[in-house]
Design a protein around this ligand. Structure first.
Ligand code: DHB
Length: 383
């Protein structure tokens, strides 16, 4: 009896668990369903190409749909921790969804890997949050610098009215002003069911050289359609953006209105590297659609877990995993990346791109690289 109890006590610590469970929570339905579809495909492709065993542990991926509602994300995260005893929480297609899970990660002491959401403050909400997506200031500052150096003097900003949009608005204004440009008006559009028409009319009336835009992944086509209908290009107003607007998932459907749009981001399906060619080819074969940055974020989220488990020799304890993740670096389909050991954000190249037609399809063609960019908001706080 005593022996049985002792054995039971020794048989159950997390370390001895043979299966490492990863709970992937994403909006698989609703307005951000494209993010969920891309992220699930990216995570599964990693497992398809690299197997389901690492450091002697079997990896189990559990995919859940939070419909994009933070209260649902939170409930699912709780259930995954308490009932399924997951070792890692992953996903989070929108900022409010990532924030809803922060207290759960802290309490359960397990990694929350943010593969999609991109408001700068997210990683500061729990010491257990690690990010494989990007931050809006990281992607935006190079856009503002490029605009100022390329004859654009007056800009109106137009962003979705929530965390990442406000980050983009602030980062653009600060960097553009510092480089001699002027933001003449700042417009915020509701996130849900946006009608861009009245805002685009205000842009037209202000008559800037360019309008800088951020809308989240999945909303770019609706914006582009209204942009074309309002005749801004004919009025001499250029469109500049973060790559969320010219998202690879939708870009091809946007048509010629998107041609020539200069934008900045960390991933293009046409990124020219052997790692990306292999990734895109395998992804298209498995899914019949093109990967976007949400697919790469999730693919790298899985890669991060595998690399961390390798480093801990299979110890899936939450603190051990987080410690192992800090400072890890690898070559992603997007280019070289590193987990910043201080902020747990991702350090990566930001590319300046222009939408062009390649073999009859629209792509964000990279033409300049800003190497290994850290989140500028946290870098500034440190100074
Ligand atoms: C967020 C969501 C997106 O789809 C995106 O492209 C960028 C940021 C977010 O909610 O953080």
């Amino acid at each position: 009896m005593a022996a049985a109890v002792a054995m039971g006590a020794f048989a159950t610590p997390a370390f001895a668990q043979e299966v490492v469970k990863i709970g992937l929570i994403q909006p698989m339905t609703g307005p951000s369903a494209s993010t969920g579809k891309q992220a699930e495909a990216g995570a599964k492709l990693w497992m398809q190409l690299h197997g389901d065993t690492v450091a002697g542990k079997k990896i189990q991926l559990i995919v859940k749909d939070d419909t994009g509602a933070p209260d649902v994300t939170k409930r699912i995260a709780q259930e995954l921790v308490v009932n399924d005893k997951v070792n890692v929480l992953m996903g989070f297609g929108l900022t409010p969804l990532a924030l809803a899970v922060a207290p759960i990660a802290t309490q359960a002491k397990i990694p929350e890997i943010v593969t999609s959401a991109a408001t700068a403050i997210i990683t500061e909400q729990s010491p257990f949050i690690v990010r494989t997506s990007f931050t809006l200031p990281q992607a935006t500052v190079p856009m503002a610098q490029w605009a100022a150096k390329n004859g654009i003097k007056k800009v109106v900003t137009l962003v979705s009215d929530y965390g990442p949009g406000i980050d983009a608005e602030k980062a653009f204004k600060e960097a553009f002003s510092a480089n001699g440009g002027e933001v003449v008006s700042e417009l915020r559009v509701p996130l849900r069911n946006p009608d861009f028409a009245p805002f685009l009319q205000r842009v037209k009336d202000a008559g800037p050289d360019a309008v800088f835009v951020f809308v989240p992944s999945g909303f770019g086509s609706a914006f582009m359609k209204q942009f074309a209908e309002r005749g801004l290009t004919q009025a001499g107003i250029k469109l500049i953006a973060t790559g969320d607007v010219t998202d690879d998932d939708l870009l091809n459907e946007m048509g010629d209105a998107a041609l020539g749009v200069v934008n900045t981001h960390h991933y293009s399906a046409s990124h020219n590297s052997p790692e990306n060619k292999e990734f895109v080819e395998a992804f298209k074969k498995a899914n019949n659609f093109r990967p976007n940055f949400m697919a790469v974020g999730a693919y790298d989220g899985m890669q991060l877990v595998y690399k961390a488990l390798d480093k801990t020799k299979g110890n899936a304890d939450g603190q051990a995993l987080i410690d192992a993740m800090k400072g890890l670096s690898w070559t992603s389909p997007r280019g070289p990346v590193q987990i910043d050991p201080e902020t747990r954000d991702i350090i990566q190249n930001i590319y300046v791109r222009k939408v062009e037609k390649v073999n009859g399809e629209l792509y964000n063609q990279e033409f300049a690289t800003i190497e290994m960019v850290k989140d500028p908001v946290k870098a500034a706080k440190k100074k």
